[in-house]
Write a protein of this length. Structure first.
Length: 236
């Protein structure tokens, strides 16, 4: 009876008599979850449970499992190297660096307010910009003035760089007379479907990565202008 209940819970009743090797990867994950939940545990450990699935199956299965765990009221500890998986599934995220907890917080906190450069890199792509001057709550960088949190600045002379996400930077085709924008040349474009990564060379040594939604019409070799669109998330 319990087996029937668990198979129904994970949507596998119709496959009750199917041999294990005939199940798809997603079906195998559902069976594994049913087996783990059968004793009615208070906590479930999920150790990289979706790593063997293709990208499309991974997204659908993890959302199903998230909803199922919430329905049965079981807490879960998910171990993963996939930051998208961690941020989309978790209520709270713990970032581990070399076996030490670097930061604990909500997905929004660890992504938008990282506690360190290591936490910033693990939780998402980063753009590190050198700081040449400070003025009030702004820092002068390679892409112009960027707003900062003054509470993060203990010593003006100690601020060497600010950190932003690629989506925190605007890019547009070059036009004359835009004093607040930095000029550069498109070096690389990567299409990711829902977004586009644009690498802009400000100089021979300085490249800024920008993430924009959809196709901007910008092409490799085009002269462009970039500017910070929001406050820096980290000051170092």
């Amino acid at each position: 009876q319990r087996i029937s209940e668990m198979l129904e819970l994970v949507g596998m009743s119709e496959a009750a008599h199917v041999r294990p090797h005939e199940l798809s990867g997603g079906q195998q994950q559902r069976v594994a979850l049913a087996r783990a939940l059968a004793p009615e545990p208070k906590i479930v450990l999920l150790d990289e449970p979706f790593s063997s699935l293709d990208s499309q199956a991974r997204i659908s299965i993890r959302e199903e499992i998230r909803d199922l765990l919430r329905d049965v009221g079981a807490s879960s500890l998910l171990i993963t190297h996939d930051r998208d998986e961690a941020l989309s599934l978790a209520d709270r995220v713990a970032i581990l660096v070399e076996g030490r907890i670097e930061q604990i917080g909500t997905p929004r906190d660890v992504y938008r307010e990282p506690a360190s450069m290591a936490a910033a890199r693990i939780s998402g792509d980063v753009v590190r910009l050198a700081v040449s001057d400070l003025e009030g709550d702004r820092a002068k960088t390679e892409i112009g003035w960027v707003d900062i949190d003054k509470a993060q600045v203990s010593d003006r002379g100690s601020v060497k760089f600010v950190v932003m996400r690629p989506e925190d930077i605007f890019v547009k085709a070059w036009s004359p007379g835009a004093d607040e924008w930095a000029e550069g040349t498109v070096q690389l474009i990567r299409y990711l479907g829902t977004s586009v990564i644009v690498d802009v060379a400000l100089s021979a040594e300085s490249i800024v990565r920008v993430r924009v939604p959809g196709d901007t019409g910008i092409r490799v070799g085009d002269p462009v202008m970039v500017q910070g669109s929001r406050k820096a998330m980290f000051v170092g």
